[in-house]
Design a protein around this ligand. Structure first.
Ligand SMILES: Nc1ncnc2c1ncn2[C@@H]1O[C@H](COP(=O)(O)OP(=O)(O)OP(=O)(O)O)[C@@H](O)[C@H]1O
Ligand SMILES: [Mg+2]
Length: 414
């Protein structure tokens, strides 16, 4: 038997009272129960609509659609009422045909050009390209067609907020409902407490409070407020299974940076062991290789091994040379993954807030300074780390390169 939260009951009541509009957006905190109820609403609404219309469900990618929506929907209404196939990108919900699309797939926009939709469902709408959404809306041309969407907030200049949600001309067409994390009374209070602690700064305002706010000020405020609380000494380190080096190549005006981090086998705890910043000016590739060699040698001497070295993939020639140079040490040199910078920042702040990050400060002074000096770039509309030479981005990049590939195993949000 399904039990709804009070907020979810309110939404269903509004649906029954015919208060939904053409565009219906459930917004707010993470884990607040938006997607869960949106799927029930979508299923109930689709079941009440003509069978010969075509419907569509989309998320950022088909894989996220499957994980966040299609499997939960199947769970909620049963396999008798909802089946789907990702290979044909089609599903059937209460006898209605549902097209499935990933909004970030460039071909999707072309595919929906020209079709007529009876209704559309979008999960995590702020992550969609605006063009895809505009196209989707233009296809919702059948009488009483509806869009049902969920989203977390983003920057206040995001197209979804400025062009749609806050657009006075569209006010009659839009139904908005806010879900806060405390509205989801189905969650274990201990879990909610832990979640609130993990989100700091702009992430707290946005993902816990559910506010559309800009990222401003210090990025790693949680660190710079209390750097001493992240301190560990080499003799207190636990056993760890991975030691990786991150290497960022600097240009003429910047520095090369090397960062060694250790990770425990359960992917819980991350340690910065050693960090070095090397001015790039007038430094030959061979000089640099020598510095990297000595850095790696020192790590191996002290800790016994290096799992891999990840270097900025933009510099393939330098990487090829380094691979040869480090052979005597048995160090494997790989390309850095270079995940989205904001994902790396988010992951770092979560580890810091959840007490899962430590540093040996005597060995990592420049990294500590880089954390203290990093600020959000307030001049750009989407989130970005200020990179105008005033802060040490090279050090942060190399730190992140050394462990970013483990992020999905370390943090469930990914
Ligand atoms: N009424 C309910 N009964 C049982 N479980 C629920 C209910 N509502 C929500 N949940 C569960 O709570 C968790 C969070 O809900 P949901 O995924 O809908 O949140 P969300 O607001 O979409 O979060 P996010 O912004 O992180 O996507 C999920 O595990 C979901 O299954
Ligand atoms: Mg959701």
């Amino acid at each position: 038997m399904l039990e709804f939260t009070e907020k979810q009951k309110l939404l269903i009541r509004k649906f029954k009272d015919n208060e939904l509009k053409r565009l219906n957006v459930l917004e707010g905190s993470v884990r607040s129960g938006k997607t869960w109820i949106s799927l029930i609403l979508w299923a109930a609404w689709v079941a009440s609509r003509p069978k010969d219309y075509l419907y569509m469900m989309c998320a950022k990618s088909l894989q996220t659609l499957k994980r966040n929506c299609l499997l939960p929907l199947q769970d909620l209404v049963g396999e008798n009422n909802f089946t789907f196939s990702l290979s044909t990108k089609e599903g059937v919900l209460f006898g209605r045909k549902i097209m499935l699309e990933g909004a970030n797939d460039k071909r999707s926009e072309n595919k929906i050009r020209g079709i007529t939709l009876g209704g559309a469902y979008c999960d995590e709408l702020t992550l969609f390209p605006k063009d895809f959404f505009t196209m989707l809306l233009s296809r919702l041309s059948t009488p009483r067609a509806k869009l049902i969407a969920t989203t977390n907030p983003d920057v206040p200049t995001h197209w979804l907020l400025t062009d749609y949600l806050n657009n006075a001309n569209l006010a009659d067409d839009i139904f908005r409902m806010f879900f806060g994390i405390d509205d989801n009374t189905t969650l274990d209070p201990e879990y909610v407490k832990a979640l609130k602690k993990e989100y700091t700064g702009v992430y707290y305002d946005r993902f816990i409070l559910g506010l559309w706010v800009v990222a401003a000020g210090a990025i790693y405020k949680i660190f710079s407020d209390k750097p001493a609380s992240y301190r560990i000494t080499a003799d207190k380190l636990p056993h760890f299974d991975y030691i990786n080096i991150g290497l960022d190549f600097g240009g003429n005006g910047s520095s090369h940076a090397l960062s060694a981090t250790a990770l425990t086998h359960d992917f819980k705890l991350l340690y910065s062991l050693k960090h070095e910043r090397i001015p790039a000016k007038n430094m030959s590739p061979l000089d640099l290789y020598g510095r990297v060699y000595r850095f790696c040698e020192a790590i191996i001497k002290k800790y016994g091994k290096i799992t891999a070295l990840y270097a900025d993939s933009a510099e393939q020639t330098l990487i090829a040379g380094l691979r040869v140079y480090l052979k005597p040490l048995g160090v494997v040199v790989k390309n850095a993954l270079k995940r989205e910078i904001n994902d790396r920042i988010f992951a770092t702040t979560i580890l810091m807030a959840a007490d899962r990050y430590r540093m040996i400060p005597e060995e990592c002074e420049s990294l500590s300074n880089a954390f203290k000096g990093a600020v959000w770039d307030e001049k750009v509309s989407s989130e970005s780390r200020l990179d105008d030479g005033t802060s040490d981005i090279d050090s942060l990049d190399s730190f992140e390169y050394s462990w970013e590939r483990y992020i999905p195993r370390m943090i469930k949000e990914f």
